[in-house]
Ligand binder design. Sequence first.
Ligand SMILES: Cc1cc2nc3c(=O)[nH]c(=O)nc-3n(C[C@H](O)[C@H](O)[C@H](O)COP(=O)(O)O)c2cc1C
Length: 359
Amino acid sequence: MKIADIDLGDYPVVLAPMEDVTDQAFRLLCKEFGASMTYSEFVSADALIRNVNRSLEKIRVDEAERPVAIQIYGRDVESMVQAAKIVEAEAHPDILDINFGCPVKKVAGKGAGSGMLKNIPLMLEITRAVVEAVDIPVTVKTRLGWDCDDLKTPNRLSEERALIVELAERLQDCGIQALTLHGRTRSQMYQGVSDWTLIGEVKNNPYMKIPIIGNGDITTPEETKAAFDKYGVDAVMIGRATFGQPWLFKDVRTFLDKGEHDTEMTLDWKFEVLKRQVQKSVEYSLREDNALKERKRTELGGIIHVRRHLANSPLFKGIPDFKQTRIKILRAETQTELFELLKEAKSRIEDFQKTQFSV
Ligand SMILES: Cc1cc2nc3c(=O)[nH]c(=O)nc-3n(C[C@H](O)[C@H](O)[C@H](O)COP(=O)(O)O)c2cc1C
């Protein structure tokens, strides 16, 4: 599958953009385990224009992680165009992605992110202007609509079709090179389940020529394969299921390519990956970078970022009385402390597994 001339291979599986999660250290790990493409956290167009250091950190791209998309959000044409140009000039990503899907109040309430689903003419104007402003491919990520009225007929755009089917056509007409759909409306936030039927409807609309990337609630290799088989999407995007297990991509890739699960990933191996994730996070927090001149570079910065990943790892699900260890992980302040806690967590899992096998 190709986005413009970027070849993502067969059945691409991509890492979703996630604020405070998909920093460069995490993206590189996911890439190493087989993610076909990764996305940065979203970056505010206004913040970028103001030259905020944290935003510059977010748009930094390492050659090893290509292809990579940088995602921006904003609420007016001028700032989005300016931000798009900054991203292209400063970071040289492979793709510039526009966020029209964020549901949180501080973004959508101001008309940005999924707030644009209430102002389709502005959404299209921004998209057209950004496509025009940069040379790199522009893509869009959005939701199925603002609320459930957008899923039914009649709606604001068409008498017959769900809003997203027609909106996808119009976004394609603006010149975007791929469209990602999260199968929820804004008002659903993260409640309920993703509606993949509508994603499939967009994909199977004969007018659509650009790749459609399906997103929402994919947690396993089996679900990933079913999304391709049942809905015909060109790529699958995975978000929350990667928390604390960047190796998910390795299992998904093996399953898609060979029809079986990856058997190389032992418990020891997974804990080594988590330790590497800690190391990388600290390393990235400490590195020299002109853009970060004014920011304090500390080990703690990297630890604060990574400890939530670890605490949420599915490895710890179902381990009895794990709560205290999880709290300790969330309070750890140094790499040494986190490594000790990982050691403790691993022996807790091994003990638990022994009791399971002896039953
Ligand atoms: C912590 C968190 C942060 C997110 N940040 C972003 C973001 O910056 N940009 C974006 O387009 N979507 C963001 N999302 C939405 C995800 O990209 C994705 O669409 C959503 O989680 C559904 O996919 P999933 O069920 O695979 O997690 C975020 C989601 C989570 C949970």
